[in-house]
Design a protein around this ligand. Structure first.
Ligand code: 13P
Ligand code: SF4
Length: 320
């Protein structure tokens, strides 16, 4: 999969001066700026690297810079910090959080462990808290969940926190007994089947590309299901002129950048992530200027050590 390095253009009029300032501040701090595909367009435009959550997690391990600005939500900054305890990780908007990250209860994990013992693995989507990762055997992202779950030695797999990604994985890996947890992304969960069907009827030649956080009934309408990077890669390779995209509209920036002649159609009820939207260019500049928003984790604590182990196992099983 191909990802890009520093962009030379900004997205919104008026963002240019601020973008120049951000680049100057990043150079002064020797910081690298990583942005998720859902970040606002002007933030993606100024970032050194843009990618999906798996790419951002593994990239941070390979980069030489001591300071990382993570333009995304809390679990992304925490994952980078857990994998790189010696690095300074700055979050432009520390309050940007993923609601799904908090949708698993410790009792759910404890009960499953009690019931299936050593024949149970807990697979934790990276959209999760440090505590949930620490209580798990391995982390996964939407780009590697199927591969990793398939490779686990245990027959039973408790998949947390996302029931939609978990159900999708269960369909792809029928040899495993997947136990679902009742969490979901409220934004992807809201994609309406009726809207998707209407878009398909209006654009019969357009393939439907969906993120696996969508509901089962919506995923049943899709021609391709994958992570944000997977969706962008599919669109780039596809001969189709028009494509229907069922994930947060922020991916539209990279889709337009890579496929300038294609038309991307999103559901009429906008699929936005307010947390990602809150990571503005002004906040990127401010954290670079002041050092505010640092992710603080005690790397030696049993919780951080266990969470790091689950992330390391993901990198190992996904093949770095
Ligand atoms: P990706 O892993 O596909 O980047 O998705 C992260 C996410 O939060 C999806 O809503
Ligand atoms: Fe979390 Fe959903 Fe936002 Fe992704 S889109 S960060 S899963 S709330």
């Amino acid at each position: 999969m191909e990802y890009r390095q520093p962009s030379s253009r900004s997205a919104a009029p008026g963002a240019d001066a601020l973008a120049v300032q951000v680049r100057r501040l990043a150079a002064a701090r020797d910081a690298v700026i990583l942005a998720h595909y859902y970040a606002p367009a002007e933030v993606q435009a100024v970032a050194d690297y843009v990618g999906d959550s798996f790419y951002l997690a593994k990239l941070a391990v390979e980069l030489p810079q001591q300071a990382v600005v993570l333009a995304g939500v809390a679990f992304m900054g925490e994952s980078v910090k857990l994998l790189n305890p010696a690095k300074t990780v700055l979050m432009p908007e520390p309050a940007a959080d993923c609601p799904m990250a908090h949708m698993v209860r410790p009792e759910t994990i404890a009960r499953a462990r009690e019931r299936w013992g050593s024949d149970l693995a807990v697979a934790c989507y990276v959209n999760s808290t440090v505590a949930a990762k620490a209580a798990s055997d391995v982390c996964v992202t939407s780009s590697n969940a199927v591969k990793i779950v398939r490779e686990l030695p245990q027959r039973h797999v408790l998949f947390i926190p996302d029931r939609n990604l978990g159900r999708y994985v269960a369909e792809q890996v029928p040899e495993k007994d997947i136990i679902l947890n009742d969490g979901c992304c409220p934004r992807h969960e809201a994609v309406a089947l009726a809207e998707v069907r209407a878009l398909k009827a209006g654009h019969p030649a357009a393939p439907v590309l969906a993120h696996p956080e969508c509901t089962a009934e919506v995923l049943a309408e899709a021609d391709y299901i994958g992570s944000t990077a997977g969706i962008i890669g599919y669109a780039e390779q596809s001969p189709a002129e028009e494509l229907i995209v069922l994930t947060v509209r922020g991916v539209g920036y990279e889709l337009a950048r890579r496929c300038p002649t294609k038309r991307f159609i999103f559901p009429p009820t906008p699929l936005t992530c307010a947390d990602m939207d809150s990571v503005t260019l002004e906040k990127v500049a401010r954290c670079l200027e002041t050092g505010a928003g640092e992710v603080v984790l005690d790397a030696a604590s049993p919780e951080a050590v266990a969470a790091q182990r689950a992330l390391d196992r993901m990198l190992e099983l996904a093949g770095r």
